[in-house]
Design a protein. Structure first.
Lengths: 274, 174
């Protein structure tokens, strides 16, 4: 075990990722290419275009992605050997497919598996106007409903670490606001993936990372999003720089080629500076 | 933590098993009783032997639908299991036991339904009562068959997932 990993083990950091490489069978390139990330008892958001490796990073932390190099420690334990750690949760729909069940029974079983109680999530479902989904299995829900049920299952049962993959995709505005409030109130460490830059204004105190072509770039502050600029090529005043398929791209504060706030998502931003 | 009741309930309410394991097999029983029995030598021993042979073969085929259903369930739930064993109180042992019990209960039910269907159809055709003579044996063998089908399905899925799907050298987890 390395020194960093050993210290994380002692402290029980919610998540420690070191030089992580993920490559899916049959593919020529790495989905995650040497990412390093340490999350303490805090909340961070990872922003990146579709296919940048954000979901693969979360899946690796959950033991669902093919890790070809590096280390992942969750709550101080190696993800390859961790077992029975109920304080970690996610909104990924695939982890709730233990069997085909209506949401109502899925909640009961999940409460039992997590060692928690059902009252809180049932109250949330009522508050979110989602009682109509209770008698349908997940695969029969709309994409937005499925995402919201996943979000609520992830936040329920007192987790210490919540990994959320695109939690607001296809979710309507009112439920988005409610979900953001829940996230802000949560005591858990949260890692939230998104490709929407606008969302960062809702989480100004959160840590911020960008992900491009499997590389994790950061750390920044989400509240600084309006002050960040993207530049083509390396710059001496860059806070961070990374390689993309259009060459080196750097991020600067308060001045630069293109303000981050000028685009709704990073794909559009990269297209504009290309 | 036990998933025995939820799994048993899920298997018992699986329409696919009921259709392919009962309705489709009943179709073959009809053929066995009324179409393929034309050349059978008349006589009690031949009729009982013929009926028994059909029951043995079709009951086995019926249980293979259970096996396929279990294999599909495990394959479909692979990410959930990888997550569940790490981040819930679910253990591989309790999961396997729950699935085995569910399979055994369904196998018992399928065997009884098959015995009832074959008894009814062949008795009607031969104008004689032909029923299983050793019910306890049917119960025992059915339960064992369910457990065997669960083991077979799980083994096949594990072989495919772990050895036939290409994986990188240092993959995390199961």
């Amino acid at each position: 075990m390395t020194a960093v990993a050993a210290s994380a083990f002692v402290r029980g950091s919610p998540l420690l990722v070191r030089n992580l490489t993920v490559r899916y069978p049959g593919l020529e390139t790495d989905a995650v290419a040497g990412a390093t990330l340490e999350v303490e008892q805090e909340k961070v958001v990872i922003v990146g275009p579709n296919g940048s490796g954000k979901s693969s990073l979360l899946r690796a932390a959950l033991g669902l992605a093919p890790v070809s190099g590096g280390e992942v420690y969750v709550l101080g334990k190696d993800v390859r050997t961790i077992a029975g750690e109920t304080a970690v949760s996610t909104n990924l729909e695939e982890v709730y497919r233990l069997m085909t069940l209506p949401v109502d029974r899925l909640i009961s079983i999940w409460a039992d598996l997590k060692g928690g109680t059902e009252e809180e999530i049932r109250r949330w479902l009522d508050d979110f106007g989602l009682n109509s989904v209770l008698h349908r299995p997940l695969f029969r829900l709309s994409t937005g409903q499925m995402k919201m049920v996943g979000n609520l299952l992830a936040l329920a049962f007192s987790p210490r670490l919540v990994l959320l993959d695109e939690p607001f995709d296809n979710v309507d505005f009112a439920r988005r606001r409610k979900c953001i409030e829940l996230l802000l109130r949560s005591d858990a460490a949260v890692i939230l993936n998104t490709h929407e830059l606008d969302l960062l204004h809702s989480f100004p105190s959160w840590g911020l990372y960008f992900m491009f072509d499997g590389q994790l770039v950061g750390r920044f502050q989400a509240g600084d999003i309006d002050r960040l600029y993207v530049n083509r090529g390396a710059r001496t005043d860059a806070l961070a720089s990374f390689r993309t398929n259009i060459g080196t791209v750097s991020v600067t504060l308060d001045r630069g080629d293109l303000p981050m706030k000028s685009a709704a998502n990073l794909s559009y931003l990269l297209d504009r500076i290309a | 933590m036990s998933l025995t009741i939820p799994y048993t309930r899920a298997v018992l309410t699986n329409w696919s098993i009921w259709f392919w394991g009962v309705v489709f097999m009943a179709f073959w029983f009809v053929l066995g009783a009324y179409v393929f029995s034309g050349g059978l030598t008349p006589g009690r021993a031949a009729e009982v032997g013929y009926t028994s042979a059909w029951f043995s073969v079709i009951a086995l085929f019926s249980l293979t639908t259970l096996s396929m259903s279990i294999a599909t369930s495990i394959t479909y739930g692979t990410p959930a299991l990888a997550f569940g064993f790490r981040y819930t109180r679910l253990t591989p042992t309790s999961y396997a036991l729950s699935l085995t019990v569910a399979a055994a209960v369904m196998a018992l039910l399928l065997s009884f339904v098959m015995a009832a269907v074959v008894g009814t159809l062949f008795s009607a055709h031969f104008h004689a009562t032909i029923l299983p003579s050793n019910l306890p044996a049917i119960v025992g063998i059915s339960l064992l068959a369910g457990a065997f089908m669960m083991g077979l399905a799980t083994t096949l899925v594990l072989v495919v997932v772990n050895h036939l799907v290409p994986r990188p050298p240092a993959e995390c987890g199961s």
